[in-house]
Design a protein around this ligand. Structure first.
Ligand code: TYM
Length: 330
């Protein structure tokens, strides 16, 4: 029986946060044994906001090293850089022609981003989710492990797959999102009502996977809580709820176990412990990352082999698409 296919990716638009880790990458690791996994560093998506070229190159390689340091294995998964597989851009064009302006303009992420950058609002931001659909559909993915914020984009990918299949006969597998209940939306440490994001102006709002221990201690210490003073998981204490989620993700303990452990204990001690748990959780990742960054030849080998494998599958789908829409075979 054929193995099911998994596709996911992260933008190399700066350092990755523990939100990216808990909401996405951490969940990718365990899928590697059971599924045929494709994990991409989506640089085409990253340029929808202005990037400094040399930083983009550096960030792309660093995200690759973070993937490997977190436990993705090139022997098991296909790990590649999106721009190395031209089929992504090509399928996007075709899918653009069946995408409705109305639906794209209702995308929450587009609305938010366009509010922030009204002056240089570019067409790439608008069609961003179409490129994302192309990523997924090229590999005939069954499952897409992502954080909660990508749910709407996944819905669009499903719609486009169905629309294309209806118009041109069955071509694409219709993908399902795989969103874990806990940790699907790690919140800002400064404003627990908004998502933790690497683009936050306040660097105390997020913890990066590569943050040094002192920075982690400082950020956790400053994390917004409340005046209730109890370590309980509920919607009246959004700050504490978020910290409990992070604690649980890094320690492997259930929320209930952690609540019990800290019954009658103050926020100070809880935060101190949490900082150490994050530091210890990230330590092996950071050590492996440092080693990998010393071995650029290896990284190059990984992304080159990944692109070759990915291209083979992606081009198979693209050829089918081109045939169905009526392009003459070259
Ligand atoms: P990006 O780069 O913004 O984020 C990468 C992954 O991290 C998740 N994530 C979070 N999860 C929990 N809490 C948070 N605070 C948090 N912040 C980010 C995201 O949900 C995502 O899973 N469009 C995608 C990248 C992409 C993609 C794809 C994903 C491009 N093509 C195809 C899946 C399939 C994005 O912007 O992710």
């Amino acid at each position: 029986m054929e193995r099911k296919v998994v596709f996911s990716g992260v933008q190399p638009s700066g350092g990755l946060t523990i939100g990216n880790y808990i909401g996405a990458i951490k969940n990718w690791i365990s899928l590697q044994d059971e599924y045929d996994c494709y994990y991409s560093i989506v640089d085409l998506h990253a340029i929808t906001v202005p990037q400094v070229p040399k930083d983009l190159r550096k960030n792309t390689l660093e995200v690759l090293a973070v993937y490997l340091a977190c436990g993705l294995e090139p022997e098991k998964s296909t790990i590649f850089i999106q721009s190395h597989v031209s089929a992504h851009a090509e399928l996007t064009w075709v899918l653009n022609t069946i995408s409705y302006m109305g639906q794209l303009s209702r995308m929450t992420q587009f609305k938010e981003k366009s509010r922030k950058s009204e002056e240089n609002l570019n067409a790439g931001l608008f069609t961003y989710p179409v490129l994302m659909a192309a990523d997924i559909l090229l590999y005939q993915a069954d499952l897409v492990p992502v954080g909660d914020d990508q749910k709407q984009h996944l819905e669009l990918a499903r719609d486009l797959a169905e629309r294309f299949n209806n118009r041109y006969s069955y071509t694409f597998k219709v993908p399902e999102p795989l969103i874990k209940k806990e940790g699907a939306r790690i919140m800002s440490l400064q404003d627990p009502e908004s998502k933790m994001s690497k683009s936050d102006e306040n660097e105390n709002a997020y913890i990066l996977i590569l943050d040094k221990p002192d920075a982690i201690r400082r950020k956790v210490k400053r994390a917004v809580t409340d005046s209730i003073g109890e370590i309980k998981y509920n919607d009246q204490q959004l700050g504490v709820k978020n910290l409990l989620t992070i604690y649980s993700a890094f320690s492997g303990h259930s929320i209930e176990e952690i609540e019990n452990k800290y019954e009658g204990v103050g926020y100070g001690k809880f935060k101190e412990d949490l900082a150490e748990i994050i530091i210890e959780g990230l330590r092996p990742i950071q050590e492996k990352f440092d080693d990998l960054m010393k071995n650029k030849d290896y990284l190059e080998r990984v992304y080159k082999e990944g692109a070759e494998r990915a291209s083979y599958i992606a081009n198979k789908t693209l050829r089918k698409v081109y045939r169905k829409v009526g392009f003459i075979q070259k």
